[in-house]
Design a protein around this ligand. Structure first.
Ligand code: NDP
Length: 280
């Protein structure tokens, strides 16, 4: 019987620990403050932004909300970021992605001060993560590491395979597994014979963005499978990149979708917000 890795439970434990930390900070007169910028009103982005604000309220982090028109110019957005960079009250800045096509996401990511980069996307933050310097970690990959550690799954020395090499999930995921002393392989759309590679994995992290793509043929008996994917199926139900029902009897542990990696991303954002007090 596979161990179900419960992201909802683990994320609540993390948020409760952070709430205690914030209570202690408040006793010293310090209130962490996150500025959240949303451009336009894409419904999915609004759900994410609201969940982030709710998590802030739960933990005791102050959140400032900036809702900009879809038509806002890049210059205006960059000016707001600059203002928030200089604002001593603001510890963290988050710009909800994706942005409208007329705005260059890279320019926005570069504009956020590395000291307030709670999403962990600025090149300086990424560089620090790669060389192992203390600092912000990208939220989804950091959440995966916490899921593994808090479920008692050893990473050191294990064969770890990551499916996907995006800048926000696959690449930083591989780097964090390496930092934990895993033996790491990254795969992508040009990988030849993907199944042969994924079947080597003791720990398989899947972030390729295709619903139920990973079936039992891709998985070694007894592997740990972490499913980062999120999709809505034809019945409007959430599912992942892994075909859970097909795989579950073959693995030793697996994350469900929903209730696996998803809640961890917000918990780790909150962790970065609490850390941001030390950086800013
Ligand atoms: P991207 O689309 O940016 O990247 C997908 C990656 O998968 C690419 O590197 C691509 O390779 C690779 N890929 C695509 N098809 C194949 C294939 N057939 N075989 C091997 N590799 C393949 O996606 P993201 O990384 O942003 O997201 C991945 C998934 O995770 C999505 O479902 C997304 O919704 C979800 N997600 C969930 C989060 C959470 O909080 N739980 C947070 C972020 C994302 P190549 O580079 O060669 O094109």
């Amino acid at each position: 019987m596979a161990q179900l890795i419960d992201g909802k439970l683990i994320s609540t434990q993390i948020k409760d620990e952070l709430r205690d930390e914030v209570t202690a900070l408040k006793e010293q007169g310090i209130i962490p403050c996150l500025a959240v910028i949303q451009v336009g009103n894409d419904p999915a982005s609004s759900v994410y932004v609201n969940n982030k604000k709710k998590a802030c309220a739960y933990i005791g982090i102050e959140s400032l909300s900036y809702e900009l028109e879809e038509s806002v110019s890049q210059e205006e957005l960059l000016e707001l970021i600059e203002k928030l960079n200089k604002d001593d009250k603001v510890n963290g800045i988050l710009v909800q992605l994706p942005l409208p096509k007329h705005i260059d996401e890279n320019a926005v990511i570069h504009a956020i001060s590395p000291a307030k980069d709670v999403d962990g996307f600025h090149p300086e933050t990424v560089g620090n993560m790669c060389i192992g310097t203390e600092g912000f970690l990208p939220c989804t990959p950091a959440g995966v590491i916490q899921l593994l550690k808090r479920s008692g799954i050893e990473i050191a020395g294990k064969e770890c395979v990551v499916v996907g090499r995006s800048n926000i999930v696959g690449k930083p995921m591989a780097m964090l597994l390496l930092r934990e002393n895993g033996t790491v392989t990254i795969t992508h759309s040009r990988t030849q014979d993907l199944k042969e590679v994924t079947k080597r994995a003791d720990i398989l992290v899947v972030a390729l963005g295709k619903p139920k793509f990973i079936t039992k043929d891709y998985v070694k008996e007894g592997a740990v499978v972490i499913d980062v994917g999120i999709h809505r199926n034809e019945n409007n139900k959430l599912c992942g990149d892994v075909d859970f029902d097909d795989v579950v009897d073959k693995v030793s542990a697996i994350t469900p979708v929903p209730g696996g990696v998803g809640p961890m991303t917000i918990a780790m954002l909150m962790d970065n917000c609490v850390k941001s007090v030390l950086h800013s």
